[in-house]
Design a protein around this ligand. Structure first.
Ligand code: TXA
Ligand code: MG
Length: 323
């Protein structure tokens, strides 16, 4: 059910949940200071209750309401990237709900870069906790229609068009003494972060390592995540993908493919992404949703090269394919 900004504000103030647009993916929002509202997020998503949530705030000034320390490193990152696709994990004040923290001593904060989300935060005067607006482990939504397809037509959705970053924010934890670490890769890269924060404690995200092993343990990060319903196979080369498609078809297995860039094409239905990391990220979930809707037996996905600019896309694809 599509709602207006005014209806979304009223619903959130009454302790309801509303799917809201951000520049990364749609979030399922609830008042971050209202535990009974927050519990509705977990029920709607069918998500385990110990998973922490990202709190969306309207401005850098609001950080001080949530944290015990706002080290200079984190301040610099906030100034450089907010509003934007960066989440900062910082030491939490004692009042921060355990439902938000997932029992961690920290809280995750971000100022989203979407005009409707910012208006909603401003008009409601609330800070809203919002995980991606999909069922647990499934593909994140980047349009209002994706939200409705995943959570049902009864869910209240504030339609802000298609998300233009397209994959979830980069999560960086910063300790009180200013050390930082990337907990989840995103389109704001390690190099972007290091340029602002200094090359202090960053992980060595070297190109030849596989994404799942370089993502440190972080609550709520599962190997099986961001998955379409259709089983998905990943391919390092176009030739291998085409060969697999041909052999599946001889065994009467229906498949569809997601390709990156020009080149030879497989003998099945396929979608092509422009060969550029930002473009692939923006379209990735939309194309996977579209291929999933074909209800074939298997999706064949071409992987981008294992180089730094592709790290976040590789991370999401590897998790989607982990089955
Ligand atoms: O782009 C995004 O980040 C989107 C939009 C809606 O803002 N949100 C999103 O939320 O991806 P979600 O719930 O799907 O992912 C939140 C993740 C958690 O699963 C966990 O890995 C991490 O953020 N997180 C949240 N709070 C944390 C904390 N206190 N300590 C460590 N990790 C935390
Ligand atoms: Mg999610």
């Amino acid at each position: 059910m599509r709602v207006t900004l005014e209806q979304a504000v009223a619903e959130l103030k009454q302790g309801g949940v509303v799917a809201i647009p951000t520049e990364t993916v749609y979030g399922l929002a609830a008042d971050a200071s209202n535990d009974s509202a927050l519990k509705k997020i977990f029920i709607t998503k069918q998500r385990p209750a110990d998973h922490p949530l990202i709190v969306h705030i309207g401005s850098i000034a609001q950080v001080q309401d949530w944290v015990t320390d706002f080290p200079e490193t984190a301040q610099k990152l906030a100034q450089a990237f907010w509003p934007g696709a960066l989440t900062l994990v910082l030491p939490a004040q004692p009042h921060v709900s355990r439902v938000v923290r997932g029992d961690e001593p920290t809280v995750a904060l971000r100022v989203p870069n979407h005009p409707l989300a910012l208006q909603l935060l401003q008009q409601s005067g609330l800070c809203v906790a919002a995980p991606s607006a999909n069922l647990f482990t499934q593909l994140s939504p980047t349009t209002a229609a994706h939200v409705e397809a995943g959570l049902g037509a009864q869910i209240a959705v504030l339609d802000g068009g298609a998300c233009n970053v397209g994959i979830e924010s980069t999560i960086v934890s910063v300790t009180a003494d200013g050390h930082w670490q990337i907990l989840r890769p995103g389109m704001i890269s390690e190099a972007d972060i290091a340029k602002v924060a200094g090359a202090d404690q960053q992980l060595k995200l070297v190109a030849h390592e596989a994404p799942p092993t370089i993502t440190p343990k972080v609550p709520g990060q599962h190997a099986l995540h961001y998955s379409p319903h259709t089983p998905l196979s990943l391919f390092n080369s176009r030739d291998a993908l085409i060969a697999s498609c041909a052999s599946l078809q001889t065994s009467d297995t229906r498949c569809a493919a997601l390709l990156i860039g020009e080149g030879a094409t497989p003998p099945c239905e396929f979608l092509t992404l422009q060969n550029e990391p930002q473009k692939v990220a923006e379209q990735l979930y939309a194309k996977l949703h579209a291929l999933d809707a074909l209800k074939v037996d298997r999706l064949l996905v071409e992987l981008p090269p294992a180089t730094a600019p592709w790290l976040a896309v590789l991370d999401r694809l590897t998790r989607a394919g982990h089955q």
